[in-house]
Design a protein around this ligand. Structure first.
Ligand code: ATP
Ligand code: MG
Length: 186
């Protein structure tokens, strides 16, 4: 599982997902689109879930081993990873579950709703993002996957679109098309 707001998805997400899959020999990496990201609500406007889902679908269109899940959107309400992992385990009782996080997300892991349960349900995997290294909670057994550190964020992409700057090569073409068609971030 690789969860996110994906507002919008970008190559940083995709490289992290693909490298985690190869390094850990995962059958699939499931990009789970948050319905209501409880840590972001209130601090900024989050695009409608349907738009973010469409963009993530466009992003992984031709990527083997990457799949998109709308499980949190279908569930509605605030999105808690503990609920999602529990549901995934219910669907695939024999599967070994992994949770992939960027180091910024990993740094806040101990603030998550029922994070002990999350750590019981899935192996925790962390990938690095550029910037100030944030210490991750070493009370948990993190598996680190090395990826090229790409200084790209959804925040930057939203800004670029708002300023009329190109996002080409920062996200797959299908995502840029989707943003244009839906008039997002203007
Ligand atoms: P925003 O700027 O809106 O917070 P974001 O780029 O951080 O967006 P999120 O949807 O918040 O994207 O992140 C989803 C997951 O992807 C998190 O675990 C985050 O750490 C990870 N992630 C995002 N960008 C990168 C990147 N460039 N490299 C590695 N991991 C990333
Ligand atoms: Mg983020």
């Amino acid at each position: 599982m690789f969860g996110g707001t994906f507002d919008p998805p970008h190559v940083g997400h995709l490289v992290a997902a693909i490298d985690a899959r190869q390094a850990l020999e995962l059958d699939i990496v499931l990009l789970v689109v948050a319905n209501a990201p409880w840590q972001k609500i209130g601090s900024r406007q989050v695009s409608p879930a349907a738009d973010r889902l469409a963009m993530v679908r466009a992003a992984v269109a031709d990527a083997p081993g990457l799949e998109v899940s709308d499980i949190e959107i279908a569930r509605g309400g605030l999105s808690y990873t503990a609920d999602t992992l529990e549901a995934l385990r219910g669907q695939e009782p024999g599967a070994e579950l992994f949770l992939v996080l960027g180091n910024d997300a990993a740094a806040g892991f101990a603030t998550w709703e029922r994070h002990e349960e999350v750590a019981r349900l899935a192996r925790l995997v962390v990938v690095d993002r550029p910037g100030t290294p944030t210490p991750i909670d070493d009370g948990f057994a993190w598996t680190r996957v090395d990826i090229p550190e790409l200084e790209i964020s959804s925040t930057e992409l939203r800004q670029r679109v708002a300023e009329g700057r190109s996002i080409r090569y920062l996200t797959p073409e299908g995502v840029a098309t989707c943003i244009g068609e839906r008039g997002l971030y203007r």
